[in-house]
Design a binder for this molecule. Structure first.
Ligand code: SF4
Length: 314
């Protein structure tokens, strides 16, 4: 699939470029990479949430009864049948997405009434039981968002996303704005619920530590492409793509107090990306072919793929 921000007839940015990804049931998948590499755009497309100037092409196939291409159905259809019920999305800065004029309870009641077609009183009772099952006091329903701490608002948003027991949960930087203690609590909550529901959890974050902690598979993105895809353990033990190596080598390690080596340079301007491999201006192994031709996707092991000339047979 492709995702493009059309800024004007002359200017467009290919934020997601020829990405193919398979999400399996009961799996936690991480999407990694620096800011601006296309991670958030990719999950917006997978969720079918396309707001101008974002446009997408390709297919997002849902394995529902009869099959469904999410990019070919209307927004109304997705609101009615897909979003919240089959797929849910925890956006970036989610603690600020609650309507400040609505009490927390109203957010839950509105969602329950719309999708379960139940009366307001019953919806409120269901919401009370549910928030308690999510580790909150039922009084939280009487509060306005500004009366809660940032961490509690984050917990509310995560709870709303899980309320209708979706099969696929997208979480965009779910722990970026919270301290490490709350980060651990929220990740635990998300993974516990993912297991309980047997759902697929797709976590987007630049934090490789989070990927190491909770994911089973990671797709590493650079300049709108997935450059490496692998099960988490082998990826961290033996990263193949030079960009993945740089991301992992920059992580602090217990007992190793040598200075970490960061990646020099910055991601390319996607309005005018470099020819050949987009990573070549920053890559210590760049060869002539890298500056001229796009590398191919190579299978290097079971469920392991890398897009790099170092691994392609020529
Ligand atoms: Fe480096 Fe070449 Fe591989 Fe790109 S294709 S990551 S420039 S070695």
């Amino acid at each position: 699939m492709f995702g493009e921000y059309v800024i004007s007839p002359q200017v467009s940015i290919k934020a997601v470029n020829n990405v193919s990804i398979e999400l399996k049931k009961n799996e936690v998948i991480g999407i990694a990479g620096e800011s601006g590499c296309g991670k958030s755009t990719l999950i917006k497309i997978l969720y079918g949430f396309l707001q101008p100037p974002l446009t997408a092409s390709g297919k997002v196939l849902l394995n529902t009864k009869g099959g469904l291409d999410l990019l070919s159905v209307s927004e109304d259809y997705k609101r009615e049948n897909i979003w919240w019920k089959i797929m849910s999305y925890i956006p970036q800065n989610s603690m600020n997405v609650l309507n400040p004029f609505m009490k927390i309870g109203d957010h839950f009641v509105e969602l329950l009434r719309k999708h379960l077609k139940i009366e307001k009183d019953e919806a409120y009772r269901v919401a009370e039981e549910y928030v308690m099952s999510m580790g909150m006091r039922k009084d939280v329903l009487k509060a306005f968002p500004h009366q809660l701490s940032g961490g509690m608002r984050q917990r509310v948003v995560v709870s709303l996303a899980l309320l209708l027991k979706p099969s696929i949960i997208f979480a965009d930087e779910p722990t970026t704005a919270v301290d490490v203690v709350l980060q651990k609590v929220l990740l635990q909550l998300l993974t516990d619920k993912q297991k309980e529901l047997g759902a697929t959890l797709v976590v987007v974050t630049h934090d490789m530590g989070v990927h190491a902690m909770i994911t089973q598979k990671v797709a590493v993105m650079y300049a709108g492409r997935v450059v490496e895809e692998a099960p988490t353990e082998p990826l961290f033990e033996d990263p193949k793509h030079p960009y993945t190596q740089a991301l992992i080598n920059s992580l602090p390690r217990l007992g190793d107090d040598r200075p970490r080596i960061g990646l020099s340079g910055s991601p390319p301007d996607l309005r005018n990306p470099p020819p050949g491999c987009e990573f070549h201006p920053r890559c210590p192994y760049a060869m002539d072919i890298c500056r001229r031709e796009k590398p191919l996707r190579v299978k290097i092991d079971k469920d392991r793929y890398v897009v790099c000339w170092l691994y392609a047979k020529r």
